[in-house]
Design a protein around this ligand. Structure first.
Ligand code: SF4
Length: 731
């Protein structure tokens, strides 16, 4: 038996795993006691990983060879890799020549490894000359990115997991981390059990399992987070609970924010958010003073840590939500010290690593900005290309909208399932039908998106892949292969390199290759990509020039930054009071509250929220194969308040029709007293394999995204997946 240390491929906690295998087959998995993220623990999803890798399941579910669909709707036919890559390179070059590079769009995934991302970023922005590369992180973390950059100057979560053990107050907002980040929540529970006097505030419209642990649950109305934060700051300032010395010494822009916050009186905030005045005062006090029962002097201030996720991010005010929360930390000096600071919980396992290499349409390598001419010149020089294009790339939804309009002719989709996971499904499906070329690079054969592919390219997945990932606390871990790739599956970066080598023969004839990574000796080739990424971070906020794969091997996962000469990574950022802005001062972000994009009205009188289950992951390509992971929820069901069920004469299990302005679904309903009246909740995991919806514009819509809105945050371009107004009636 062989043991291999690797990382769980699901959520952004980034737990270490030890995989047992017999050389051919993965036989068991357990938590890695040496990994700082989980110290040996695994949740139900992580501890079932070996079962999802069973050969019998793999034979049913995996894509094992390149396939071509000669006609849309026809069965795909097997091809060799050389045929597939030669043909695809020719088709891309033809579209490039006829319509220009911006007729190409690449849509990747927060589940790719850092090296996969790096290669595709270089291929698309460096070689093909378009910035049309975005990822499903746009649906997940782009508001957190924009919020950090607007306030702290860099996309860098300043706190770490150890701060959970040290915080006097935990402010958990827009996150049911008991289900979405279970192992980190265990740490919250353990800290609370050791120190019952410490305070937990949970901000969530729904009484979730996370809220059950709270000393104070603020069940606010959906989309009122900015108003809540402004109201809390109003109270802190009025009560003398802010930290004026910190504001003076380390921040800018306070006067503009103060002018907005002045209007957020406790009475107005209580009315807009639907909260009790006394709860607002208590929350403001605990947040400012780290859970202390009586406010004291500045030196007696205990630390407050905020943990937050999609409830803030997936909003038409996503950036403002993030920034308003960070404003509270800046106004009270609750940042840069043990137990204090904002810490966004990453949804996907490697959304952080993707951002590090510039894996969004507005980013470049090592947290550089595509809009910055100096950054473009630096990256062009590193890659050995003449220029990196200046024209803004399209974000995720924009890319599909451009394909639906006929501007984008080719869509290359890797490791993600937009025909299930994107809002405005009718538009997404129009885009997939209208594009001249749809390539899906995937481990799994049957997803909603594979049905639209002209070409299917088999990719490796967990247990077979190698590279690195970065978790929510900036910790870089190795991902290692325990078994060989099945069938003809290749690593995502290998596919990118082999495509790039074909393209550059035409795009850069006679010039040296930009993609010399060894695709035969995969460990060597992958490390060479990582080294190139590492070198690109020199002098940047995420500088890891002191890190190597040998050091990761010898000392285990490390946090960034870890610059040359440092003996270990930095646990916390901004401890010296200097931020990543030009003048070293953090910036208060002054944005007035705006209501949700599609509010309730007389025709659509219910608010629909979407959520994760504990035991399923995203669109269920992997977790949906295991019976045991359906024990928590065996079928899709809508949750509604008992009072609404009674009014509509509904019983548990009755079929209901749910209709928004975008589409409709029929599914069973269950009562949930944790909701407020007029609010509904629907888990996001089920797609067309399990749930069918209405037909709009000739497109059969499926899953929760038959209903969700494409309205998005104007700054982060992240869609408002967490709220849409709907009608509810008995089916
Ligand atoms: Fe995997 Fe997240 Fe569970 Fe850890 S908490 S085992 S990373 S799904």
């Amino acid at each position: 038996m062989q043991e291999t240390r690797s990382t769980c491929p699901y959520c952004g906690v980034g737990c270490g795993v030890i995989i047992s295998s017999d050389g051919q087959q993965i036989t068991a998995v357990r938590g890695d006691p040496a990994h700082p993220a989980n110290q040996g623990k695994l949740c139900t999803k992580g501890s079932s990983l070996h079962l999802t890798a069973a050969p019998a399941l793999a034979r049913q579910s995996r894509l094992l060879q390149p396939m071509q669909r000669l006609q849309r709707g026809a069965a795909p036919e097997a091809r060799s890799w050389d045929t597939a890559l030669d043909s695809l390179a020719n088709q891309l070059l033809q579209i490039h020549a006829n319509h220009g590079p911006d007729a190409l769009g690449f849509y990747l995934s927060g589940q790719l490894l850092t090296e996969d991302y790096y290669v595709f970023n270089k291929l698309v922005k460096g070689l093909l000359g378009t910035n049309n590369l975005d990822t499903n992180s746009r649906l997940c973390m782009s508001s957190a990115v924009a919020g950090y950059k607007a306030t702290l100057g860099a996309d860098a979560p300043p706190a770490c997991y150890e701060d959970i053990d040290l915080a006097g107050c935990l402010f958990i907002s827009g996150s049911n981390m008991a289900w979405a980040h279970p192992i980190l929540f265990r740490r919250v529970e353990e800290a609370k059990a050791r120190h019952p006097e410490r305070k937990i505030i949970v901000v969530d419209p729904r009484r979730t399992e996370t809220a059950e642990l709270a000393d104070l649950h603020l069940a606010l109305q959906p989309g009122t987070d900015v108003m809540l934060c402004h109201g809390l700051l109003h109270i802190m300032l009025a009560q003398g609970w802010a930290d004026p010395a910190f504001i003076d010494a380390h921040t800018s822009g306070f006067a503009q924010l103060h002018a907005i916050v002045r209007e957020a009186t406790p009475e107005r905030v209580a009315q807009v958010c639907g909260l009790a005045l006394a709860d607002l005062y208590l929350a403001a006090q605990w947040l400012a003073w780290g859970g202390a029962d009586a406010p004291g002097t500045n030196s007696e201030r205990l630390p407050t840590l905020s943990l937050y996720c999609q409830g803030l991010n997936q909003s038409s005010s996503g950036t403002a939500n993030n920034a308003a929360l960070i404003n509270l930390h800046l106004a009270t000096g609750q940042i840069g010290k043990p137990g204090a600071g904002p810490l966004s919980l990453t949804g996907q396992p490697n959304a952080m690593g993707g951002r590090e290499v510039g894996g969004l349409s507005n980013l470049l390598s090592a947290h550089r900005d595509m809009a910055n001419p100096q950054h473009r010149a630096e990256v062009a020089q590193m890659w050995g290309v003449d220029t990196v294009p200046a024209l803004p790339g399209k974000s995720a939804l924009e890319m599909f909208e451009a394909a639906a309009d006929g501007q984008i002719k080719a869509l290359w989709i890797a490791c993600t399932n937009p025909a299930q996971s994107m809002p405005e499904q009718a538009m997404v499906r129009r885009a997939l039908e209208r594009a001249e070329l749809v390539v899906v690079q995937e481990a799994f054969a049957q997803t909603e998106t594979t049905a639209y592919a002209d070409w299917l390219l088999p990719a490796t997945t967990w247990g077979e892949k190698l590279g690195t990932v970065t978790n929510s606390e900036r910790r870089i871990s190795r991902v290692r292969a325990a078994v060989a790739a099945p069938g003809q599956a290749r690593h995502d970066w290998q596919i990118g390199v082999q495509l790039a080598q074909r393209l550059e023969r035409h795009l850069r004839p006679g010039r040296p290759s930009l993609f010399t990574y060894d695709t035969v000796q995969a460990e060597r080739g992958c490390e060479a990509i990582w080294v190139e990424h590492r070198d690109s971070t020199r002098g940047r906020d995420l500088d890891i020039t002191g890190l190597s794969w040998a050091l990761l091997e010898a000392q285990g996962p490390q946090q960034w930054p870890l610059p040359s000469g440092a003996s270990q990574g930095r646990q916390r950022l901004y401890s010296d009071g200097r931020f990543a802005t030009d003048d070293g001062r953090a910036r208060f972000d002054a944005q007035a509250w705006k209501p949700v994009a599609v509010p309730r009205d007389a025709h659509y009188p219910f608010s629909l929220n979407t959520s994760r289950l504990r035991d399923q992951w995203h669109g269920m390509s992997r977790t949906g194969q295991l019976g045991r992971l359906f024990a928590q929820a065996s079928e899709p069901s809508l949750q509604a308040h008992p009072q609404d069920m009674q009014q509509l004469q509904l019983q548990d299990g009755d079929l209901v029709q749910l209709r928004s302005r975008y589409g409709s679904l029929v599914l069973p309903v269950q009562a949930d007293a944790g909701l407020q009246p007029a609010q509904l909740n629907l888990p996001m995991h089920w797609g067309s394999m399990h749930l069918s919806g209405s037909t709009v514009d000739g497109q059969r819509l499926t899953g929760v995204n038959a209903l969700t809105t494409p309205e998005r945050c104007p700054r982060s371009k992240q869609p408002e997946l967490k709220h849409v107004a709907v009608q509810l009636e008995k089916a």
